[in-house]
Design a protein around this ligand. Sequence first.
Ligand code: NAD
Length: 441
Amino acid sequence: MEQLIKSYNPATGDLEGTVNSTAIKDIPNIVKLAHKAQKLWKKLSVDERIVYLQKATQNALPHAEELSILLSKEMGKDIRRSSAEVNGVINGSVYIANEVKTAIKARKTGSGTIHYMPLGVVGIISPWNYPLAMFNNLMIPALIAGNAVILKPSEETPLIADKYISLLNKILPEHLVQVIHGRKEVGQALVESDIQMIAFTGSQTAGKDIMKRAASGIKRLVMELGGNDPMIVLPDANVPMAAQYAVAASLENSGQMCTSAERIYVHESIKDTFEKQVTQIAKDYPIGSWDNPYTRVFPIINEKQRQKIISHIKDAMDKGAKVLLGGIEQPKPFIKPTVLTNVTADALMEKEETFGPVVSISGYRSIEEAIEKANDSNYGLGASVFGQNRVEEVASQLEAGMVGINKMAGASPWVGAKQSGFGFHGSIDGHRQFAQVKVIN
Ligand code: NAD
């Protein structure tokens, strides 16, 4: 197995830095150290744990700018988005911790008292697209509930995870939060190790493998997996508003977002107008690297992913889609905003997650047809519906964990349906996942 994980700047191709891949043989000892730290941590009150966290995030705060630049250089997103993520993580952590405190407070029921006990050691395996926020949302409830954490960040973004956790670790007890690095083999070894829970955010393929490997230990699981979100535009929709949202929801984070609008179904009576407006708006999304203040679409994380997006565009075109903007001629390392219409049901982008800055449109004639198309997927993360008279009815029929009405999907809890996973980010229900329920009567 390779020793070094190299992290490249997606804009320049320059090597940003390296980390050592964790040797599989070292994982049992790392887990042992985590258990040792957890035994002491669980003895603290929830308030004492929150004070630790508060001090730890205060220690990171003066480094927010440095962290934002590192996040941009490593992941590619523009500095505005990186600083929103970094500041959101640093400033939001204590807020989340206080929510957790409420969620795990012991409560009386008719037959006894419910206590929320720590589970032990929680393994968090995270993706690269929001390289701090995705693990932090799971790490805070895990810690406040009294668990130790072993984090395996994505091999695409190891540096930012290392840097942020090292700042927290100046304050947190030793070995309470440990970072391990590597590709999927390291993640697999963590899943199979003596830990009690895996909180995973990533692809469906990895999620299925993790479920299998976690079975032998009946490990608790949170699975936040991929999406292929539909957006339905009803005939009585406010077209300018729907067009704005369609572009924003397809191009945000360069389309590298689990709740991107990946399939847009528009009623035939307004389709031409909608397409013209979408194309006009998408033209105003300049591509550029992280330090260009006008950038709205930044480089794709790596060339493999960029080629996948191009292959989805080509496949849709080969199957009859019409290109309204962009297409398959794409300047490396970017994908220019691309708008396709008349995308057919058999196109790859209808079936799979494209994860790129592509607005994919097709028409429908009846609302029942639109609902059927939207639900014809094994994914079920988010969905949205734009319109007036029948929006509530359509929303209630969409098979998704989160449905936005006249807005993008996404609230608290952050939750998927079908093969987009199970378990939550955020909310009372979400926080309680990190605790063992114990009833005393
Ligand atoms: P990925 O599944 O390839 O990798 C995610 C993490 O899992 C990485 O750290 C990777 O090393 C590790 N990993 C991969 N295979 C593994 C295995 N078999 N066992 C253990 N660990 C394994 O995903 P990615 O490319 O990093 O991220 C993009 C995916 O994440 C997309 O599908 C996106 O939709 C999804 N995502 C979902 C949410 C959500 O909230 N539902 C949020 C962000 C991203």
